[in-house]
Write a protein that binds this ligand. Structure first.
Ligand SMILES: Cc1cc2nc3c(=O)[nH]c(=O)nc-3n(C[C@H](O)[C@H](O)[C@H](O)COP(=O)(O)OP(=O)(O)OC[C@H]3O[C@@H](n4cnc5c(N)ncnc54)[C@H](O)[C@@H]3O)c2cc1C
Ligand SMILES: NC(=O)c1ccc[n+]([C@@H]2O[C@H](COP(=O)([O-])OP(=O)(O)OC[C@H]3O[C@@H](n4cnc5c(N)ncnc54)[C@H](O)[C@@H]3O)[C@@H](O)[C@H]2O)c1
Ligand code: SF4
Ligand code: FES
Length: 799
């Protein structure tokens, strides 16, 4: 039977959660296509605040890796915007000229940040805070500028302000109301919050309306309606959001504030649905994930033809994600003529609690300082509990006992994902879960804002007693309880040589493993048994499988190797011919001193490699990428050594080496360091008669200056110390750990102790030689294999 075509517009949190729910119900029913304007897989937007605050990194907030789409046969078009929907012939059109027909269409286009239409709002340095790009913009600005102004003292503005403080900026928050978070808190809690944040270093300008953003090209300050001014080099607008409905409006769907939907998330046009922040249900547009996920669940059931009452609206709750501040609210926040309130203000502990009661039922709550009861109150309000029920349960609560003990099985622990205590306890018992990570993998609890993690941990303690070790070890992934070191020890002891064998023998909880453990096991096995282990290509990330980097428009980039950044006329001519023959979109010089051919079609890759006749530059792999060199003694008047020759030797020696993460090198011939070795994984600097070898540098968002590992005299010694360091890194780092994190975690002193020990160094170098001895040039290998050509590149033979 032909599969039904399901198209999703918007690769964000609500849309992809809906697809996950559909896959759970009917995994084989639909041919799924997803269009996402942003060039990333689905990520946790909520965690952008944590990224800005320095608690996590962008690479760690992905919710569904590229491989997840592949594994579920979802055709994803990242970086592609749907520009038109023809509802009569049920087809969507994109800005890249694609036409895709659908049987079912889900619109999940989210919101746009509201940008105040102020004079000067288009100046450099004015930004919203909505996506990865905005987050990166702010991190970048904080490195060059000092003063930030955040307009809007709501959840987003305060989380942004905390992040900017952490990044070392001075921060003014400009707020229109007379107390903070007036949409989520009452005046008392808002004022307590202000005091707390002032103590943390934030400065507030309340009851202020911005009239103009000052500056020439870049912002220099703000002017207010009352004539006052403040200086600012960065302005963040966080004054609310607007549902993104333009596409739906152009299609003729019924729009009010959002796209109007019924309980089954159906719009007024057959087979078109809306979910998430762009949808309006019963006059409500939601801006928090919990209700959006509930909508996604209802829509999945409807599309899969399951009997379901549909979506009935949500009770909201909010928590601010700023460390050191506990504030929570749910339901009603301000008194009305019909409400009575229970208020406790503990001046000693600086905590505040207000509970609103309407017709004897709990109707809302505001908590400051101590928010332990938040989850319980939300649950009680959701089920329409009577105030007496709450008071009784509070009295029987022991102060030292976790709130989870007195909660009923039907009460919700994770508000974002709607996961109840009963579901978690059941999963812990039936699936033998022992860590918060495992509970997250199994039930989704704590997968979004993360504020429920401590409750999940309490439930683990409560359910497992002594068996639960709160100080969790870092397991390879949720498929196993074993850490990286334990897995490697078992691989060696039991002589395991294939991932399947590892999973079987070590009792993996999933049959196939996941996108986290599969590439990691493949790496560990190759590292332990370089000659015996056969690379498991299917476990590698898509770019490594295809030996090219996928671009946001679905084409690939090809970077031939150029040892030490040196080329010649003949190679340049060949590259130019190839670029013309395959109509290459862009020829770009990379930061690593080589040439990137962008915009190559997947089926053309083998022919391009054949015509180039050059080795792969491995610009896509967890391996040595580039060795950047300066011109050195031969041409530069400051040069003391042959840095180019040294770079070429390094690149030729370590080319194709499998490493836990990518490795970049730089070689310069004097301390001016033109090849930037100070921010490379391995940096080499030539001085008169001496080479300095630096390690653990990083030039990305996580900037780190490399540490001096050794001073040596000869080129051979540079190769030897580099080999010893890299082999030590290969053997001891976690998969996907960059050298910068590795050096910090392990400590330079220990690394020096090992590589300066003659015996240990020789052993490391010997094992490095074994690892290097199995290298095969990957592009040639593909060209020589009919099966790989057919399977991976759709039976395209070299032209
Ligand atoms: C910094 C920050 C912190 C937050 N913290 C919390 C929190 O703690 N708790 C909480 O509950 N909520 C929080 N939120 C809100 C939460 O992230 C959103 O409610 C949620 O992401 C909305 O999901 P969505 O799928 O509706 O929209 P989005 O996640 O915005 O996804 C929509 C996607 O559709 C894409 N798109 C739009 N138009 C098109 C088109 N025509 N073609 C193709 N693609 C298109 C967009 O680029 C976007 O990627 C936070 C938001 C931010 C910005
Ligand atoms: N922890 C969380 O749950 C969290 C965190 C961040 C964002 N979010 C969500 O992201 C969305 C956007 O957040 P937000 O804080 O921008 O929206 P918001 O509507 O909650 O707050 C905006 C604030 O800006 C103020 N404001 C409006 N116009 C102003 C002006 N001209 N000058 C100064 N202040 C002005 C408002 O008084 C309001 O308090 C919301 O849906 C929010 O729920 C949630
Ligand atoms: S690093 Fe020194 S030797 Fe090399 S190019 Fe720069 S100035 Fe010249
Ligand atoms: S409450 Fe947000 S992840 Fe659980």
């Amino acid at each position: 039977m032909e599969k039904k075509k399901l198209v999703l517009i918007g690769n964000g949190m609500a849309g992809i959660r809906t697809i996950e729910e559909i896959l759970k119900l009917l995994p084989e029913e639909f041919e799924i296509t997803v269009f996402g304007k942003e060039p990333y897989p689905n990520y946790n937007r909520i965690q952008l605040s944590k990224v800005l605050q320095g608690d996590t990194e962008i690479k760690d907030i992905t919710l569904n890796e590229w491989d997840w789409y592949e594994e579920n046969n979802i055709r994803l078009y990242p970086g592609e915007t749907v520009t038109k929907i023809d509802k009569d012939i049920q087809t969507v059109y994109t800005d890249k000229g694609k036409e895709t027909p659908y049987d079912y269409l889900i619109i999940a286009t989210g919101s746009n940040p509201f940008m105040l239409p102020l004079p000067g709002a288009d100046k450099e340095g004015v930004t919203a805070f909505r996506d990865i790009e905005d987050c990166e913009k702010m991190i970048h600005a904080s490195k060059n500028y000092k003063r930030a102004a955040v307009i809007g003292g709501g959840l987003l503005g305060l989380e942004a302000a905390r992040g900017l403080l952490n990044l070392g900026m001075e921060v003014d928050v400009i707020h229109i109301a007379d107390y903070l978070m007036e949409r989520q808190l009452d005046r008392s809690a808002g004022k307590l919050l202000q005091e707390e944040l002032e103590a943390q270093g934030m400065n507030f300008l309340l009851e202020k309306q911005t009239a103009e953003i000052l500056g020439k090209k870049r912002v220099t300050g703000l002017r207010f309606n009352d004539g006052g001014k403040i200086p600012a080099d960065l302005v963040v607008m966080a004054v609310g959001i607007k549902p993104n409905v333009q596409l739906a409006k152009d299609t003729g769907l019924e729009i009010n504030r959002g796209i109007v939907v019924n309980d089954h998330m159906e719009t007024n046009v057959p087979n078109i649905y809306a979910v998430g922040e762009c949808a309006e249900h019963n006059g409500m547009v939601y801006g928090l994930v919990a209700p959006l996920y509930e909508q996604g669940q209802a829509l999945a059931k409807h599309i899969c033809g399951m009997n379901h009452q549909g979506y009935k609206g949500s009770v909201l709750s909010t928590q601010l994600k700023v460390s050191g501040v506990n504030v929570f609210s749910t339901g009603l926040i301000n008194e009305t003529d019909q409400t009575k309130s229970i208020k406790v203000f503990d001046e000693w502990r600086n905590t505040y609690k207000k509970i609103l009661v309407e017709d004897d039922k709990l109707a809302g709550a505001v908590l400051f300082g101590d928010t332990k009861e938040g989850t319980k109150l939300l649950s009680l309000i959701k089920k329409g509990a009577n105030v007496e029920e709450y008071l009784e349960s509070s009295q029987s609560q022991d102060d030292n006992e976790s709130i989870v003990v007195s909660m009923g099985d039907e009460e919700v622990i994770c508000g974002c994902n709607g996961v109840t205590k009963g579901t978690i306890v059941n999963a812990i018992k039936t699936q033998n879960l022992t860590s918060v990570e495992e509970v997250k993998g199994c039930t989704n609890a704590s997968r979004s804002c993360g504020t429920c993690k401590s409750l999940v941990a309490d439930l683990l303690t409560h359910t497992l007693g002594d068996e639960y070790e709160a100080d969790e070890k870092e397991t390879v992934c949720a498929c196993t309880d074993l850490s990286r070191d334990e897995v490697i020890a078992e691989i060696k002891e039991k002589h395991l040589t294939h991932s399947r064998e590892v999973m079987n023998v070590l009792g993996w909880k999933t049959e196939e493993g996941c996108s986290k453990c599969k590439p990691a096991l493949n790496y560990y096995l190759g590292m332990v048994y370089p000659k015996e282990h056969e690379d498991e290509r299917e476990s590698r990330f898509v770019n490594e499988r295809l030996h090219a980097n996928i671009q946001k428009d679905g084409t690939y980039s090809v970077v031939p190797r150029m040892y030490g950044g040196v080329t010649n006329a003949e190679d340049l001519r060949t590259i130019a011919d190839v670029a013309e023959k395959y109509d290459v979109g862009m020829i770009k010089l990379t930061g690593g001193q080589r040439i990137d051919l962008l915009g190559i079609k997947k089926e053309d890759l083998p022919s391009v490699w054949k015509d180039l006749g050059m080795p792969s530059g491995y610009a896509y792999g967890k391996t040595l990428r580039t060795v950047k060199t300066c011109v050195g003694a031969e041409f530069c008047r400051f040069g003391t050594q042959d840095s180019t020759g040294m770079g070429i030797k390094l690149e030729k020696k370590f080319e194709g080496l499998n490493t836990p993460h990518k490795v970049k090198m730089g070689v310069s011939a004097c301390p001016r360091n033109c090849a930037e070795g100070g921010i490379k994984d391995v940096g080499v600097i030539g001085l008169d008669g001496v080479w300095e070898v630096y390690v653990g540098g990083n030039g990305g968002t996580d900037l780190r200056k490399a540490d001096l590992l050794a001073k040596v005299k000869t080129e051979d010694e540079v190769l030897e110390y580099t080999a010893a360091f890299l082999q030590y890194y290969r053997e001891n780092a976690r998969y996907l750990e960059r050298t910068s994190h590795f050096v910090e975690r392990v400590g330079l002193e220990l690394i020096q102790e090992v590589v300066f020990n003659d015996e240990l160094r020789q052993e490391l170098c010997k094992r490095m030689d074994d690892a290097l001895s199995v290298y095969k040039e990957p592009w040639n290998e593909v060209l020589e294999s009919e099966t790989t050509l057919r399977d991976l590149y759709e039976k395209v033979h070299a032209k």
